[in-house]
Ligand binder design. Sequence first.
Ligand code: PEP
Length: 253
Amino acid sequence: MRVPLIAGNWKMNTTLSEAIELVSGILRELDKIDNVDKVLCPPFISLAAVGELIKGSSIKLGAQNLYFVEKGAYTGEISPLMLTDLCEFVIIGHSERRQYFNETGEIVNKKVQAALKAGLKPILCIGERLEENEAGLTEEVVTRQLRSALTGIDRLSGMIIAYEPVWAIGTGKAATGEQANQTIGFIRRNISELYDTEAAQNVRILYGGSVTAENATEFMQQPEIGGALVGGASLKADQFLSIVRQTSEIRRR
Ligand code: PEP
């Protein structure tokens, strides 16, 4: 049985003091919820402080991005080595990075390679845009993104995949549980072809895109869905706790 994972992607939200306040407000309750891996992904500048707060708890930490070079003259960038001291996970290939920062499949692949080399667990995001969805290209797009991101990688080593249809991110227009389950099943079959059935069975594939306390159960009860990458709702303490609780309850059934 795969343990579900819920990750909160705070994106470019929260100052340091707001991050501390948000974590302090959910820490005790979140820590108590079992049967679910809980990951918080605050902005870089808050990683160390949040890391201190969650020390000794069951909550894990992730970064939202990284650069693929270990160190050097890359002003403003954060290297994998800088992150290994701070966190266990790192989001790679988020559609906002692909869209606003021109991250190509090749860059995403370099980042995945660099993260794995440093011992970080990538949360690799893939997903189609609205026009691709409407043109019936979802499977083609996720296959291309997946295969390109995994080029040269012979073991998944704890990697997480997040299926995030771009049209559902931050729009309030989530996919249906059934749609997400179908595409995630398709991604799993791809993993089986690229690696083997064991890797495909073990890999956790999350759904992301307007997950809220209102629709979480619809997604989490689907057999292929291994958890959620939550953006907006992860900034609201009650919403995030409720999503994690619902996931734990479904797992207990
Ligand atoms: C995300 O940031 O990955 C995301 C899914 O955002 P939201 O939940 O706000 O749609």
